[in-house]
Design a protein around this ligand. Sequence first.
Ligand SMILES: Cc1cc2nc3c(=O)[nH]c(=O)nc-3n(C[C@H](O)[C@H](O)[C@H](O)COP(=O)(O)OP(=O)(O)OC[C@H]3O[C@@H](n4cnc5c(N)ncnc54)[C@H](O)[C@@H]3O)c2cc1C
Length: 471
Amino acid sequence: MVGTPELRDLPPPPPPKRSFDVAIIGAGIVGNALAVALAKQGRDVLLLERDLSEPNRIVGELLQPGGVRALRELGLEGCLDGFDAVPCLGYQVTYHGEPVHIPYAVAEDGKRPQGRSFHHGKFIQKLRAASKATKGVTIVEATVSKNLIKNAASGHIIGVRCTPKGTKQEISYFASLTFVADGCKSNIRSDFIPKQVQVKSHFFGLELIDAKMPLKNHGIVVLSDRAPVLLYQIGTHETRALVDIQGKPPSQTDGSLKAYMLGAVLPTLPEEIRPSFRKAVEDSKSIRSMPNSWLPPTMNQTPGLVLVGDSMNMRHPLTGGGMTVAFNDAVLIRDLLADVEDLNDTDLVLEKLFDFHWRRRKLTSVVNILAQALYALFAANDPNLRVLQKGCFAYFQLGGNCVDHPVGLLSGMLRNPLVLYYHFFAVAFYSIWIMYKTTSPLLWPVCFFRSFAVFYTACVVILPYIWSEQQ
Ligand SMILES: Cc1cc2nc3c(=O)[nH]c(=O)nc-3n(C[C@H](O)[C@H](O)[C@H](O)COP(=O)(O)OP(=O)(O)OC[C@H]3O[C@@H](n4cnc5c(N)ncnc54)[C@H](O)[C@@H]3O)c2cc1C
């Protein structure tokens, strides 16, 4: 159609921008943090997200104090305000009905730090709003295809192909540096990471309404003869229950899963929680689940490409460490790239990514190894692990540094792998001692041989994870 003479005289609109300094695939936890951090460095950032509506997921609902601190360093701590996020002051671990209190340890500033727990989707929307409000960030709702754009001669990743929401036509964007932040089910990682994701268990999530918590503002970990159960408030009235199930879970369709929840899990929970747990099970049409994955980190070596967040590295969510790792990685990447003026300087960027791989380990290897090792002890599916589980609980009962150091590591505030190894083996020896103490002297010869098996099991639990973190 021919326009009015005035409109015809106007210059044509500029073509949509297709070239950026940085492209980020995924506006989730780490994608938004990086978008804001890099745009604040004056870079032109494209943030691609397949679905900008509020996610409804059972992941990423408790942010440890080390994550809160990183969020503050990114200037994003305001994202924790105004949506009913609940302060978290530490944990209570309940072992066969007996509780031990594990408050977050006093930090260098002399204060006890706090974590926050919340509805994941609401927090994500806060982060996305922060990205949108940051000068230099362009957000596009589009699904990125697995086939990134590569310079055939150099192997350098130079951009992405994606399909904007509501269209069928694929378009391309070009960037000096592309970040893959597409989460735990990344469909891009397999082209760049040789390691396989391992899944040993699933978390089944229920939302309890007006649950009476045994200890307010604390995560509750329930240990029994079964795999662990986690409980924490995600709003004034809502509490998340995450029930770990190893191996093949009972069927939802024939009602076995609900029967398992009510018959096997419910009796292990603190009394006051049971009515709301029962109601949540009975009212749920289908209980949602997520795989609990382990993926050791891999060094980014492809020019023009950086894998971050769950697409590159995952650990069991028992200790709620994923977001803390993600935000701290964003801080580290921001700082390392601060003096890189031109992101096309491939050699310099790869040098920075080499530094990133080794420097992030101070925190991430602690969070990763602790999550995997603690899960093995808390799920205790063999007699030697049960000795270690009992010993671990008794160790926490000692209080002092036997609590402060482990919770300092878990919260992301204490970043020293040696402290982790020290306490892990202290737990192993203490467990053996508790075994002797609780066994009749007549059976001590049996304990003598058993203690080697327990120590061997402890080594098998932790050493492979320590090894994988050294790669
Ligand atoms: C059951 C469970 C419970 C957990 N609980 C906690 C907890 O309490 N505390 C904690 O710290 N961590 C927890 N975690 C881990 C935490 O959720 C993750 O570490 C964190 O969400 C990782 O952030 P991310 O940015 O890598 O991925 P995500 O936050 O998942 O973001 C990925 C984004 O990429 C988008 N995307 C994916 N593919 C494409 C594509 N092709 N194109 C465009 N966009 C795409 C997705 O829509 C999404 O928005 C839990 C994990 C599980 C499994």
